[in-house]
Design a protein around this ligand. Structure first.
Ligand code: SAH
Length: 390
């Protein structure tokens, strides 16, 4: 294995439990290998093992601080530990989809694995972790003999297909999974996304369990309408789902259908969110509960949206179509923005509009998305619930 020397500061960082490497951590940052490597300090003393593989977060991961073999038995150890941590999920018959293995939070950055009712979805985040695919998949199969089949997603720039079947049988699709007794239709081998973002389960649970009762709900950037379905199941008076992707209409109708919900009080609108704001103002539409969950970065014909630059506008416009004593749920998955900065952006928009606001709840990643206390960027999800008085 290649030996890669780290700067003193980086050595300290890794020993403190921060597993992600950046280019500037390396003593020689030109021509470093894309490979599994041993890390040492400037003088060549052992620090740990891991790999250098370019991905959007950084250039590699520390995997172990021990001098041990990173082989199938090592990966089985990680999967067993991750499985034991999630016993409460396996025991809960009302939730049949959740994350089984969350990258660095479970000890191996660059790989996540999700459980969809006895099927698995692997996501690989760089090409170097794939060098150990055979050992990793064999270890997974040894720990999870009950998994009937798995698909895999390639989440970095590559010639490989984005999604393909990895092993075992394929389910009849849509596969219907449950979360808090609500059904969701998922497709395990269609592009990168399955139809549900499992990291939002706690937010959906709030909607199912009372927050949405009797409310007129507006779900912006709605994708397959999972928040709308949760709200409707939780007794919402109506839901409106807005997404510019054409697929979202049929996908959202399907999510309502698999819960036997009629579409009578559910509007599905294929439109740019900023256009919808104009439309809603023109038509004097207003809502009790507005959910904002944009992608962290998006580009369309007219503009680029970034959380840091444009979240404030989203909130300002939402306020203008919010009813008296309404609620705003502001969500982002932008890892490069701290909770404090995100909260600052949202509240600056409230203050500029001169409304009174009260922060009611904050959600970060749920426990199946295991994170490291020593690596706060890993806990990328931030969801703020606000009650607004105009
Ligand atoms: N809230 C969803 C996930 C949102 S994913 C959920 O919980 O399931 C982001 C979605 O935003 C994508 O479906 C994408 O099509 C949509 N999108 C991106 N830019 C948009 C825009 N300007 N207007 C409307 N939708 C947009």
């Amino acid at each position: 294995m290649d030996l890669v020397k780290l700067k003193t500061l980086a050595t300290k960082k890794l020993r403190k439990g921060m597993p992600l490497l950046q280019k500037e951590d390396l003593l020689k940052d030109a021509d470093f290998p894309q490979a599994w490597v041993t890390f040492s300090d400037e003088r060549g003393n052992f620090v740990g093992q891991g790999y250098l593989g370019q991905q959007n977060k950084g250039i590699g991961w520390l995997v172990s601080l021990q001098e041990e073999q990173l082989n199938q038995a090592f990966f089985e150890g990680l999967f067993n530990k991750a499985k034991a941590r999630r016993q409460a999920f396996f025991n809960n018959q009302e939730t049949t989809a959740f994350r089984l293995f969350n990258g660095e939070g479970d000890g191996l950055g660059g790989l996540t694995i999700d459980w969809y009712d006895n099927y698995a979805v692997f996501s690989w985040y760089n090409e170097v972790i794939l060098q150990k695919k055979a050992e990793i998949v064999a270890a997974f199969q040894a720990v999870y003999p009950e998994v009937l089949g798995a698909s895999e997603k390639i989440r970095y720039k590559s010639q490989l297909p984005e999604s393909q079947w990895l092993y075992g049988t394929q389910p009849n699709e849509p596969l219907i999974v449950k979360e808090n007794a609500v059904n969701y239709a998922v497709y395990l081998n269609e592009g990168l996304m399955t139809g549900i973002f499992l990291d939002q389960k706690e937010v959906r649970n709030q909607l199912v369990e009372g927050l949405a009762v009797g409310q007129e709900v507006l779900n912006l950037f709605s994708y397959t309408g999972a928040f709308s379905v949760a709200a409707a199941m939780g007794g919402a008076a109506s839901t409106t789902s807005v997404d510019l992707a054409k697929r979202s209409r049929q996908k959202t109708e399907e999510q309502f259908a698999v819960n036997q919900l009629s579409l009578e009080n559910q509007k599905i609108i294929v439109m740019d969110v900023f256009e919808y704001y104009k439309y809603a103002k023109r038509k004097n539409l207003s809502y009790d509960l507005i959910i904002l969950d944009p992608p962290s970065f998006a580009r369309n014909k007219k503009k680029t949206f970034s959380v840091a630059k444009n979240y404030g506008e989203l909130v300002t416009d939402a306020l203008s179509i919010l009813k008296e004593n309404g609620r705003i749920i502001a969500s982002t998955n932008a890892a490069n923005l701290s909770l404090e900065r995100f909260q600052g952006l949202v509240e600056a928009a409230f203050e500029a509009a001169g409304v009174n606001y009260q922060k009611e709840q904050v959600f970060r990643l749920p426990v199946d998305f295991q994170t490291l206390a020593s690596f706060s960027e890993g806990n990328y999800l931030k969801v703020l619930f606000y009650k607004i008085k105009k």
